[in-house]
Design a protein around this ligand. Structure first.
Ligand SMILES: NC(=O)c1ccc[n+]([C@@H]2O[C@H](COP(=O)([O-])OP(=O)(O)OC[C@H]3O[C@@H](n4cnc5c(N)ncnc54)[C@H](OP(=O)(O)O)[C@@H]3O)[C@@H](O)[C@H]2O)c1
Length: 294
């Protein structure tokens, strides 16, 4: 099986590079070898790799900056996905793509299911929603809507929290944004399992193709999430105070409640998803463990 992975240096791509490598002949492309801001260049790149499976971990993920760069965000999150999807269709390849809880407006107040109507509040959410439609054009596709992705990568949420504690012993964190923290490795491992299954039994997987919610189980506020990160890192000396979103004006409007109900994914694929707190514990253990030889 030939697998083409776009984006190896982001939170998710980093883990996908490791979970896909044993599954076949893996081609990994990242900026500047591919530039999703130039969608018209992508079909030739896909054709050259002749993939059976394309996994796309590239995205314009700076939610606030997207408000002032809507055209760039749309090219990367939607137009580029459309070009890849068209080429996937020509080649008969499966496209695995990722979307976001920010396609929802948060007004529902309980966990979102796949049949809920999206209503994105931000440029990022709108462009990712357009990307979902674009991915479906591949004919054979899996799109996973995920949320609050975290990892040990610099620039990710966990490393930002730990950075803040270097200069502040009191953090004010919003308690009115609720979501489902999702470990990038869990997403990558699940993607790896399903890609492996596709290699063995295409029919089984294609009978289940479509759009799914895939995130850490459960829901939590940003405030509780930060408290848990600090607890797991043994940094309970840092005081965390609850605040409200309205106190921190940002260019992009975020949904206040965007937890995802992933029961359809688990039922169709027979894969149980760990509680967000369990995965967070695994990552923090790894981050806190002394390096071998030190
Ligand atoms: N992060 C979250 O909280 C979150 C929440 C919900 C859904 N998601 C979705 O989950 C997926 C993975 O997100 P993530 O957290 O792994 O994102 P990330 O860490 O920001 O990684 C995005 C990747 O896209 C690459 N990229 C950006 N612009 C590019 C361009 N013009 N050409 C080629 N590559 C480009 C980046 O490369 P450079 O590193 O070189 O810039 C990086 O490798 C995305 O589809 C995202 O929308 C994320």
């Amino acid at each position: 099986m030939r697998i083409l992975l776009f984006g190896k240096n982001g939170q998710l791509g980093w883990e996908l590079n490791r979970s896909l490598i044993t599954l076949g002949e893996l081609t990994v492309l990242d900026y500047p070898d591919v530039d999703f801001n130039q969608p018209q260049t992508l079909p030739e790149i896909v054709r050259a790799a002749r993939p059976n499976v394309i996994v796309n971990a590239v995205a314009y993920t700076n939610v606030d900056k997207a408000e002032s760069e809507p055209d760039v965000a749309r090219r990367i999150n939607a137009d580029a996905v459309g070009e890849i999807a068209r080429e996937a269709k020509n080649l008969g390849a499966l496209l695995v793509h990722f979307s976001t809880d920010y396609v929802f407006d948060g007004a529902k107040g309980s966990s979102y299911v796949e049949t809920d109507t999206p209503n994105p509040l931000s440029v990022y959410g709108k462009t990712k929603l357009a990307g979902e439609d674009a991915a479906a054009q591949a004919g054979k596709y899996l799109t996973f809507r995920t949320s609050w992705v975290y990892s040990n990568r610099v620039g990710g949420f966990v490393s930002k929290v730990l950075e803040w504690t270097k200069t502040q012993n009191k953090l004010r964190i919003v308690d009115d944004q609720i979501g489902s923290p999702t470990w990038s490795r869990m997403l990558a491992e699940v993607t790896g399992q399903l890609t492996a299954r596709y290699g063995i039994d295409k029919t089984w997987l294609l009978e289940r193709q479509g759009l799914y919610h895939l995130a850490g189980a459960g829901a939590v506020s940003r405030y509780e999430w930060v408290k848990e990160i600090l607890r797991l890192m043994g940094r309970e000396d840092v005081v965390v105070l609850p605040a409200k979103t309205i106190e921190f004006p940002t260019p992009a409007v975020r949904p206040l409640f965007s937890a995802l109900d992933c029961s359809m994914f688990s039922a169709r694929f027979g894969i149980g998803l760990p509680e967000w707190r369990t995965s967070a514990g695994f990552l923090m253990e790894e981050m806190a463990a002394p390096k071998q030889g030190s």
